[in-house]
Design a protein around this ligand. Structure first.
Ligand code: ITT
Length: 194
């Protein structure tokens, strides 16, 4: 089994990524490696934040590792909340407050198109590799569903009539931003082993 260190403290993300990686990989968290402090995430782009988190963890452990950063980009809001998705309404990760603010800012909007974008930065042998995953969809007018996390109860991916929060973890992973980015990471890792 290959061990991979994932720079996240978000248990939902960990479960999603571990399901896509499958049985051949064991995911380690920063805490498993003695990194207990908050990993800095202060860059103005998803790419910058993913790299910042991965570099920080690599610096602290010297182990190959990866980080993801994800944003919800809403067309009618010029791409907001984007890189500020976790701290849209408050400084903390308050999912309910973020969702309320998003609905308020989209009140009466006819154009409700949005997309999730994930960027993964892998550091392997000191070299950096970026992988991206995008899913297009729309924001509905009230929350539906109890699965997933974050903005999932408000987001319906194109081609579906259910929100991510009304899907099983497998259904979400099959089409989601993170699922797509992780499959690109896996393709890269497998390609290297051939
Ligand atoms: P780590 O930095 O510890 O990995 P985080 O929660 O801060 O966890 P991100 O910065 O990548 O993760 O994500 C920013 C926010 O975007 C997150 O707090 C959620 O509100 C939202 N988000 C990310 N992925 C999501 C998903 O798959 N579904 C719904 N919302 C998501």
């Amino acid at each position: 089994m290959t061990k991979l260190l994932f720079a996240t403290n978000n248990a939902h993300k960990l479960a999603e990524v571990s399901a896509v990686l499958g049985d051949g990989y064991e995911l380690l968290t920063p805490r498993d490696c003695g990194v207990m402090e908050e990993i800095p995430e202060t860059q103005p782009t998803l790419e910058g934040n993913a790299a910042q988190k991965a570099r920080y963890l690599y610096g602290r452990t010297g182990l190959d590792c990866f980080a993801d950063d994800t944003g919800l980009e809403v067309a009618a809001l010029d791409g907001a909340p984007g890189v500020r998705s976790a701290r849209y309404a408050t400084d903390g990760h308050d999912f309910a407050a973020n969702n309320r603010l998003l609905l308020r800012n989209l009140e009466g909007a006819a154009d409700r198109r949005a997309r999730f974008r994930t960027v993964i930065c892998l550091i392997e042998g000191g070299e950096e590799h970026l992988f991206e995953g995008i899913v297009e969809g729309r924001i509905i007018e009230r929350e539906r569903g109890a699965e997933g996390f974050g903005y999932d109860p408000l987001f319906i991916p194109d081609g579906f009539d259910r929100t991510f929060a009304e899907m099983t973890a497998e259904e979400k992973n099959a089409v989601s931003h993170r699922g797509r980015a992780v499959r690109r990471l896996v393709d890269y890792l497998h390609g290297k082993r051939k």
